[in-house]
Design a protein around this ligand. Structure first.
Ligand code: CTP
Length: 573
């Protein structure tokens, strides 16, 4: 995906922070319902649904039972965790009366007292004062509650917070934020006359989380490749098409973006690449991995700023939940297991219990072996490259995903954490060193065919295997390497990943850092041809001479080119 500007992916999720510095937009209070954020509003004529509080696990009976079940799971999960709700949203929602008048002036908006009443009821309930009949979704002004099923206080409270945040994201606010993204003022006029275009996937997730620059992913209803061509031409830029899924990357001076035609996907068997057919934005969202990635924001004409959120992704974003859209999701594409762990770690989110169970089951059934190795490799390296990779690795272990990837892998979150520090000191690749850490406790050789099958490049494979095999040796032998030349002989043949892993495993830091800082860059001024010119015969004598000269130089006994030559000739003869 094209990256325009580096973003801070470690920004905590909204649920964790409870603060959305970018929201609400001026004049918009959180209790205002979202004109552009009502993907599940009941169709005209659909009857108002009542939410009864008190029996948290009963399924609702009017539509979307699967989502209702999943939400039941969320309530239990959050209650178990005892996480704090973000209080700030609440206090914003209880703001001044001036807003109330403005809210009443908008026929779409729900008057504030009703919202407050709900909150008070929820609080009363939490203090053990019995059940209440909460208002239906229309009364709350947001349909994402998918009403008419019985819910518990924790869930209603979660829904309230989702509602409050979502309400702050009305179409005008979203439009403003889309327009403020780098390059969008150039892009939006260019879309005029093209089929409807949407910002999709992670871009929407990150925009709603407050990112002010992001990877631009566009979905266009219709021929994505043709749209990409046209956008590139209008921008005076280039485009590159990526084959069978009709995706393309457009680059111009002002911006870079990925463009795809909206499509539906079906999987002939687990792990197969999907069969795709053109379809509308709704089906395009339904083919995606998680609810937080299954949202779109309109970019064309009057639809600019309109949020499409058929799977309540904004609510899950607010609640800190990773949720698959359907139970077969991991079966269709088991790399999503790794993606779920990555998002959990990056966003400080948690899989909802049904999703977690499906991930555990899919891994246990060996479905990770059904996908192309290169896709597993890419996702695994992305996961291990996350700033909070140790959290993802801990979850790998909990769910048995380490062993499911390969029996020689064992989740070692603490080691991965200390290896990450070692990477900073040594310049090692965090993901490769992290993978070596997972293999360090077992016979890493067994991993070699798997790494090959997964499309690791030879250099990557060797770095992982060597680090996994040699780090413990390095830890052991460093104390005996007293001379700089001995340290050099021990560490120079190793990739940086061995050093990082050795540091993570408790190697003496000072010698390793001394090697990295002072010794690793030392090279002779002479080379083999200089020795040949002095009459040394071709063959092992040349190597012997150069090695001796390097040892002398490292240990401070050869401080000039002439001294190097003297030592080398002595050793070679
Ligand atoms: N997607 C999916 N299943 C996958 C991979 C991707 O459904 N196995 C969808 C998701 O909707 C995702 C989008 O394709 O948001 C783009 O994929 P990718 O670029 O990998 O993810 P982003 O969310 O855009 O970016 P990132 O995870 O790097 O933040």
């Amino acid at each position: 995906m094209a990256r325009i500007i580096e973003k801070d992916d470690r920004r905590p999720g909204v649920a964790a922070a409870g603060v959305r510095p970018h929201m609400p937009a001026a004049g918009v209070r959180p209790h205002m319902p979202a004109a552009g954020v009502r993907p599940h509003m009941p169709a005209a004529g659909e009857q108002r649904r009542h939410v009864h509080v008190g029996a948290p696990r009963q399924r609702h009976h009017l539509g979307r039972p699967r989502r209702a079940q999943r939400r039941e799971g969320l309530a239990v999960h959050r209650a178990d965790e005892g996480r704090e709700r973000p209080r700030q949203v609440q206090s914003q929602a209880r703001g001044g009366g001036a807003d109330r008048a403005r809210v009443r002036g908008d026929r779409h908006l729900h008057p504030r007292p009703e919202s407050e009443r709900v909150l008070q009821r929820v609080e009363a309930l939490e203090h053990g004062q019995g059940g209440v009949a909460a208002p239906g979704p229309e009364a709350l002004g947001v349909s994402c509650l998918c009403g008419s099923h019985r819910i518990g206080a924790a869930r209603l409270r979660a829904a309230w917070h989702s509602l409050a945040v979502m309400a702050s994201m009305n179409r005008a606010a979203l439009r403003e934020r889309v327009e403020a993204l780098p390059g969008l003022r150039v892009l939006l006029p260019v879309l005029a006359g093209l089929p409807p275009a949407y910002l999709v996937g992670g871009a929407v997730r990150d925009l709603l989380r407050g990112a002010d620059s992001l990877d631009l992913d566009l979905a266009v209803e219709g021929d994505g490749a043709a749209a990409a061509r046209e956008i590139a031409a209008r921008l005076g830029g280039d485009h590159v098409e990526h084959g069978r899924f009709g995706t393309a990357t457009v680059r111009s001076e002002a911006l870079a973006l990925d463009v795809a035609g909206t499509r539906r996907e079906s999987y002939s068997e687990p792990g197969a690449l999907p069969d795709v057919e053109p379809a509308g934005i709704g089906e395009d969202l339904a083919r995606r991995d998680f609810s937080v990635n299954a949202m779109a924001i309109g970019l064309s004409g009057d639809a600019l700023g309109e949020l499409h959120d058929p799977f309540s992704g904004a609510a899950d974003l607010e609640a800190g939940v990773i949720r698959v859209l359907h139970q077969a999701s991991f079966r269709d594409d088991a790399t999503r297991i790794l993606r779920a762990l990555r998002y959990e770690a990056r966003l400080a989110f948690r899989m909802e219990p049904g999703t977690e169970e499906a991930a555990r089951a899919a891994a246990g059934e060996g479905l990770l072996d059904t996908v192309a190795g290169t896709r597993v490799r890419d996702e695994l390296l992305d996961l291990l490259g996350e700033a909070d990779a140790p959290t993802a690795v801990a979850r790998m272990g909990e769910l048995g995903i380490d062993r499911a990837l390969h029996p020689a892998l064992e989740a070692a979150p603490d080691l991965v954490a200390s290896v990450a520090l070692g990477c900073m000191e040594t310049g090692a690749d965090r993901a490769l060193a992290g993978l070596a850490a997972l293999a360090a406790t077992s016979r890493a050789e067994g991993l070699s065919p798997w790494l090959d099958r997964a499309g690791f490049k030879a250099g990557e494979r060797d770095a992982v295997l060597r680090a996994a095999r040699r780090a413990a040796v390095v830890v052991r032998e460093i104390p005996g390497a007293e001379q700089p030349s001995q340290l050099h002989a021990l560490l120079a043949p190793e990739p940086p990943e061995t050093l990082a892993l050795a540091l993570g495993m408790g190697a003496q830091a000072e010698p390793v850092l001394h090697f990295v800082r002072d010794l690793s860059g030392i090279a002779l001024e002479i080379d083999g041809s200089d020795l040949l010119a002095e009459g040394v015969p071709e063959g092992p004598a040349v190597g012997r001479g150069l090695a001796a000269a390097l040892t002398a130089k490292l240990d401070g006994h050869a401080r000039s080119r002439d001294e190097e030559m003297r030592v080398a000739l002595e050793a070679a003869r």
